[in-house]
Design a protein around this ligand. Sequence first.
Ligand SMILES: Cc1cc2nc3c(=O)[nH]c(=O)nc-3n(C[C@H](O)[C@H](O)[C@H](O)COP(=O)(O)OP(=O)(O)OC[C@H]3O[C@@H](n4cnc5c(N)ncnc54)[C@H](O)[C@@H]3O)c2cc1C
Length: 488
Amino acid sequence: MKTKVSIIGSGFASLAASCYLAQSGFQVTIYEKNESVGGRARQMIKDGFTFDMGPSWYWMPDVFERFFADFKKSPSDYYQLEKLNPAYQVLFGTNNTILIEDSLEKIYAAFEKEEQGSSAKLQKFIDIARQNYDVAIKDLVYRPGISPLELVTSETIKKLGQFFSTVSKDVRKEFKNKKLIQILEFPVLFLGAKPSETPSFYNFMNYADFGLGTWHPVGGMYKVIEGIYSLALSLGVEFQMNSPVEKINVAENSVSSLMINGVSVKTDIIVSGADYHHSETLLDPEHRQYSEEYWEKKTFAPSSLLFYIGFDKRLKNIYHHNLFFDVDFDAHAQEIYDDPQWPKEPLFYANFTSVTDPGSAPPGYENGFFLIPIAPGIKDNPEIREEYFNKIVNRFEEITDQEVRKNIIFKESFCVNDFIEDYNSYKGNAYGLANTLLQTAFLRPKLKSRKVKGLFFTGQLTVPGPGVPPSLISGKLVSSLVQKEFTI
Ligand SMILES: Cc1cc2nc3c(=O)[nH]c(=O)nc-3n(C[C@H](O)[C@H](O)[C@H](O)COP(=O)(O)OP(=O)(O)OC[C@H]3O[C@@H](n4cnc5c(N)ncnc54)[C@H](O)[C@@H]3O)c2cc1C
């Protein structure tokens, strides 16, 4: 009989792990608590509108190519990619916007228009970011975070200083224009921490943004989930939906079985792609590696208040991705990280996939996805959600110069309580554990349990970190550890 691997959850990391493990000959079953695959990247379809419930920015296309190439496939076997132009719009107020277009030359020109001399500085900045991208994304992130020595290479030694300065300091040294500073600080938000807490080395995110561009899988990000799901099926992975894992049983310090819907299921190996904190609570306390105090002290990436909205008309002055940076970024960041509370004046993000992908809304209509980043664990109730909806719709109407309220056919919201209820997310975090200096690589929760043989973890709370590309890489990393330790 083949060695059985049970994978908890069906997010990007679990799906990726399932493919690698099935390809190497293990018998793999995914147990997912929800009725559809995808985890935080699930899809919502309502009244002819299609929404990606979580990720919408397809960055680092090379990571997706590398993933599919491991199976002698390519993304185009599963979905069609389009490079967005503009990549996104940043709105600083009425008639005060900057478009980030689809080539470095156009972006340099946009910078020069805002601040004389900034294009040359940006070129230098992006050159360093490109080198860091080559070191980080082509190599370092594919190391399993077991030892600090993984980070010591001839390349990183040369860049040591970049681990002790921050993206925020570097950007402010070179650029004086507030708008340009905000644009350059935006990409590291994907890593879940403040730019002032994110090591300079992570400016590779700026190369991902400007150098590699923003892409859109036609039909939405869920096409990527569907692609990996069908790859997994073709490799023999079995899927059990509506199957919440209630307990991980251990015998003689090795995993022995899972309790699912009250039934015990024997297994040889468990890979949990559910949030790390939750996965450990499925164990008896003596088998857990990290205490509640450990999690409490960690810097979590933000949670989010999300709205999925159907509009009965096409909207104007919008693009596919729109960042509303018309309020003070530092004040909002403080209310997320330093003094957790509902932000007085939140920045927000609005996406309308129907602008470039007409299939995502009925003809003549627009689908809207609004996101306000907020501190994990703060109070969430319908009144607060409505208050914030009004705040951002007022600003949206004013800045884009149109009335939209009366054109809303439906509006669904999703916030802290839903992240906890739907994904067992720690404090309702949306993007996992932030990538700060002290939460990088070997300093993150480990892929392999040091207490229970046969128990592994994957996903955005472990190595390498938050985001879709890192989650795919996490699935690969955990699979190699399993393969090293167990035979088929
Ligand atoms: C609103 C939002 C916007 C985002 N935007 C972007 C973006 O634009 N670009 C980008 O790259 N990334 C983005 N991200 C981040 C990205 O979506 C995540 O990093 C990634 O999807 C996480 O994948 P994962 O496999 O680690 O976890 P998850 O997707 O959370 O998967 C975990 C799975 O485990 C399941 N589970 C939990 N407990 C149990 C249990 N007991 N039994 C069985 N199953 C269980 C859950 O239901 C879930 O399906 C965004 C995330 C959110 C929430």
